[in-house]
Unconditional design. Structure first.
Length: 434
C-alpha cells in the first residue's frame, strides 16, 4: 500500500500492531538516533513492544508475519525518528504559568496536589512526542512518585520517568525550592544513601547559585567545592548511581570536572578548555537555553531593564557559541529544556530548546541526536529507548513534515507510536497545564 501525506488518523489502523504481530513500514527517511546518519528509503519493523528491524535493507522473513513479502505501508514522504527525551525537567512545576504571583501560590500546594497535576501532564507529553523525561529534582517527591508509577506499569499512558528525588544543596544556599540540604544527613555519603533509600535513580547536586542578571555573571562563590563534589560522585558511583549537577560559572564547572561528575546541567560561562575536558572525561552537558531565552523574550513583561536584557542576550549568545564548539569537539551534548522553569512548559519547552539549538548553529541531525540517542547512551536510563534499533522500545514518531530540515516541524501534526498505541491528536500549546 503506497500512502501519500494524508490525514494521520487514516493511517492509524495500519500503523497499529495486532496481537503481537509486526508492522513493516518503508519510509522515505529514517533517523535512528544512534548517530547523525539519515537513512533513505529505509525499512522499519516493530510490534507492540519492540523494534524488530531498522535499516536500509529489507527485513529478514523470520521477523515478519508468515508469508509477508511486502511492507504494510510505503510512506515515501514520511520520516521516522525516535521518540524525544527531555533530559532536564521539573514535573512538579508548571512552566506554562507566566504570572510570578500565581507561580508562587502554586509552590504552596500540598504534595498530593502537585503530584496529581504532574500526573495529568504525562499523557499529553506522549501525544506531543516526548516519550521519556529525566527529572532534575523536587523536594516534594513528585518525580519519585511518577517514577514508581511508571515502573509499576500502572494503567494509563505515560512517558518513561526517572528521578533523583530532592536535590542536595547546602543550608541557606540556592535551590531550596527543589532541594533538601546535605546538613540533614551530615555527609555526602549519608545524603546519597538517604536519596537512594527514597528511590532516587540518580543523584542531583546543586554546586552553584544562578546567574546574577544585573551583573551578567555568576557572582556568588560555588556552594560545593571540588573535594566535596568528588565525595558525592564517588558515593553515588559506588552505589550504581550517576550524578547530575546544577552548575554555572567557570569556577563551578571547574569543580564539577575535577570531581568527575556524570553531567553538568546548564553550564553557563563554560570555556573552551573545560569543553575539551568534558569530552576527555566523558562528561555529558545539558545546556538548557530555553529558560534564559524566555527571560529575554519576556523582558518587558518581567520588568527587566535594557541593561539586564542586554546582559541576558550576551550570555545566551556566548552559550550558543559554546554549544557549537562543544559538538565540534565531540562533547556528549544532551537536550534538556528545564521544563517547569518560568516560561518553559513541559513538552513544548523541549521543542523550543531544540529550535534554539538549531538557531545556535547545530545541524538538525545533531539536534535530534541530542534529544534521542545521545542521552540514551550516556545517562544510564532504566530502559532501552531513544534509538530505532532492534530490541529498543517501539516508541517513535512518524511525520510527513520535513523535521530533518527544521526541528520547528516537530510542532506540526505527526503520529506517535508508543507501545502498540498510535496517537495522532497531538497537543494544543494554547491549552494551559503543561
Amino acid at each position: 500500500m503506497i500512502a501519500p501525506p494524508a490525514e494521520l488518523s487514516v493511517l492509524a489502523p495500519a500503523l497499529t500492531p495486532r496481537a503481537g504481530e509486526p508492522v513493516w513500514l518503508r519510509v522515505g527517511r529514517l533517523f535512528t538516533g544512534r548517530d547523525t546518519t539519515v537513512l533513505r528509503d529505509a525499512h522499519l519493523v516493530y510490534d507492540g513492544a519492540r523494534i524488530r528491524h531498522a535499516g536500509g535493507v529489507s527485513p529478514a522473513a523470520a521477523i515478519l508475519r508468515p508469508g509477508q513479502i511486502e511492507p504494510d505501508l510505503v510512506l515515501p514522504e514520511f520520516t521516522a525518528l525516535p521518540g524525544l527525551t527531555d533530559a532536564h525537567t521539573h514535573l512538579f512545576l508548571e512552566g506554562g504559568e507566566l504570572e510570578p504571583a500565581k507561580r508562587a501560590v502554586y509552590l504552596q500546594l500540598p504534595a498530593d496536589e502537585l503530584q496529581n497535576r504532574a500526573a495529568a501532564r504525562l499523557a499529553r507529553l506522549v501525544a506531543l512526542g516526548v516519550t521519556a523525561v529525566r527529572e532534575a529534582g523536587d523536594r516534594h517527591g513528585v518525580g519519585l512518585g511518577l517514577q514508581a508509577r511508571y515502573r509499576s506499569r500502572a494503567p494509563g499512558l505515560m512517558p518513561y520517568v526517572d528521578a533523583p528525588g530532592a536535590a542536595i544543596n547546602h543550608q541557606g544556599r540556592y535551590g531550596s525550592f527543589m532541594s533538601r540540604p546535605m546538613e540533614e544527613q551530615g555527609t555526602p555519603a549519608g545524603a546519597v544513601d538517604e536519596r537512594i533509600a527514597a528511590g532516587a535513580h540518580r543523584i542531583k547536586l546543586i554546586a552553584t547559585g544562578i546567574i546574577n542578571f544585573e551583573k551578567g555573571a555568576v557572582t556568588a562563590a560555588p556552594q560545593m567545592p571540588a573535594p566535596e563534589l568528588a565525595e558525592f560522585a564517588a558515593a553515588a558511583r559506588a552505589r550504581g548511581r550517576q550524578t547530575m549537577v546544577h552548575c554555572s560559572g567557570r569556577d563551578g564547572v571547574a569543580n564539577c570536572l575535577a570531581a568527575g561528575v556524570d553531567s553538568v546541567e546548564h553550564g553557563y560561562f563554560v570555556d573552551d578548555e573545560q569543553l575539551a575536558q568534558m569530552r576527555d572525561r566523558g562528561t555529558a552537558w545539558v545546556p538548557t537555553l530555553a529558560p534564559v531565552q524566555f527571560q529575554v523574550d519576556a523582558a518587558g513583561a518581567l520588568g527587566w531593564s535594557d541593561l539586564i536584557r542586554s546582559n541576558l542576550q550576551r550570555i545566551l549568545d556566548g552559550h550558543a557559541r559554546s554549544l557549537v564548539r562543544a559538538v565540534g569537539l565531540g562533547v556528549c551534548v544532551v537536550a534538556g529544556s528545564d521544563a517547569g522553569s518560568h516560561g518553559v512548559p513541559h513538552g513544548w519547552g523541549l521543542v523550543t530548546e531544540l529550535e534554539l539549538m538549531q538557531r545556535a548553529g547545530l545541524t538538525v541531525a545533531q539536534v535530534l541526536r541530542s534529544a534521542t540517542g545521545a542521552g540514551a547512551e550516556r545517562l544510564g536510563y532504566a530502559g532501552d529507548f531513544g534509538r530505532l534499533t532492534a530490541g529498543a522500545a517501539a516508541r517513535f514518531l512518524l511525520t510527513p513534515h520535513d523535521v530533518l530540515g527544521s526541528v520547528a516541524n516537530l510542532r506540526r501534526p505527526k503520529a506517535v507510536i508508543f507501545d502498540g498505541q498510535v496517537l495522532t491528536t497531538g497537543d494544543d500549546p494554547a491549552v494551559p497545564g503543561l
